[in-house]
Design a protein around this ligand. Sequence first.
Ligand code: BES
Ligand code: MN
Ligand code: MN
Length: 456
Amino acid sequence: MENTQQFINANKQRFLDELFDLLRIPSVSADPKFKGDVLKAAEFLAEKLKVAGMNNVELMATDGNPIVYGEKIIDASKPTVLVYGHYDVQPADPYELWTSPPFEPEIRDEKIWARGACDDKGQTYMHVKAIEAMIANNELLCNVKVIIEGEEEVGSVNLNPFLEKYKDKLKADVVLISDTSMIANDCPSITVGLRGLSYMEVEVVSSNRDLHSGVYGGAVANPINVLCEMIASLKDENKHITIPGFYNDVRELSADERKGLNSSPFNLEEYKKELKLTEVEGEKGYTTLERTSIRPTVDVNGIWGGYIGEGAKTVLPAKANAKISMRLVPNQNSEKISNLFAEHFKKIAPKSVTVKVTAHHGGEPVITPTDTVAYRAASKAMEKTFGIVPLPGYEGGSIPIVASFESILGLKTILFGFGLDTDALHSPNENYGLFNFYKGIETIPYFYQNYAEMSK
Ligand code: BES
Ligand code: MN
Ligand code: MN
């Protein structure tokens, strides 16, 4: 890997310049007005895969945004790594809260500031450049296939049919993904658990039109009040979720497992300080680390209704809405939980309103094993470049496709993330450390080397 590492060192500035070009493309998948840019980002990456020396590079059509594909088969007897990433990003609103504009990347404090800097353009691009470096120096020791999708941030709804359709083409031995965080730059970690997701939308309606709040107030149900009461009742005084059956399938960790999880470096005071929290809150009997990793949640993501314009309007609104997400843990099932929620939410509605519940996308929780060749290869790679053995860690976010890689392709995944929780993913001022970007590019080739070596 000597030559590969030298190549990386000699091309650092170019790698960064190219990432900046990618970050300038506002590939927001949630908003149709960015459709053209989403396509541009896909084309940009296809071009870079070609430049990297990959073969059979193409944009593969789906019912939504295309998937960028490329491969380099060096020797059929060698193991094959399937790299996954996403080129779509979350919306950047509210723009006014960004110190520098979200799609005009810049470096400050040794960090890249832009939407997608970490999630997931910065992390995906590390792979493109590591692959380029290995191919250029004849030091690629595994076969590699790359898929980069454009709908991760909207639930990857077209990826399952894609995996089904191209099972043969995507044949591999392991999936490698950089789309998660490490504990800290001086405490590398490999993610071994992700939460699942159920995402619901609810509507509460009382009257057939908005009403005068003086004429009707007090006699007609106010759907906003009702919705708030219903939402409030989803947790009890211990912040335990009240939906019947919700915890039935939750795997409780053993005392030893909990001790291990809680021995990860974590400083509650720093955590509060970084977020300017006056206090944390969550399910009684569990630590903050547990609450954000191995315990399920219910959260309102957005709520609307009534008058929110200038001044005051005295009105009894006819309806109220909310988007509610639940993060799930092993062995909960997204469809089952969505159904439990819908049933419960309709049941707790007072007679004075009608309630509509619809399910959006979801995803299953995952646990990835540590007793595999691939995990040991990843661990050894990080040990080599950080000088520290990485800790296995559970994370609270979701990457729904990981469960599908296992159920459809029969593949285990290595969650080889180089981000930090403080990178402000999905928030204004998203950023990614230059240290992290370059450390990722440096570390990835060692994974291939170790994996080829250890698979013999
Ligand atoms: N990369 C994140 C997931 C993530 C972030 C995992 C940090 C672990 C640590 C991914 O892009 C993401 O945001 N996923 C969504 C999934 C949803 C849109 C189905 C999420 O978790 O909200
Ligand atoms: Mn991501
Ligand atoms: Mn994301």
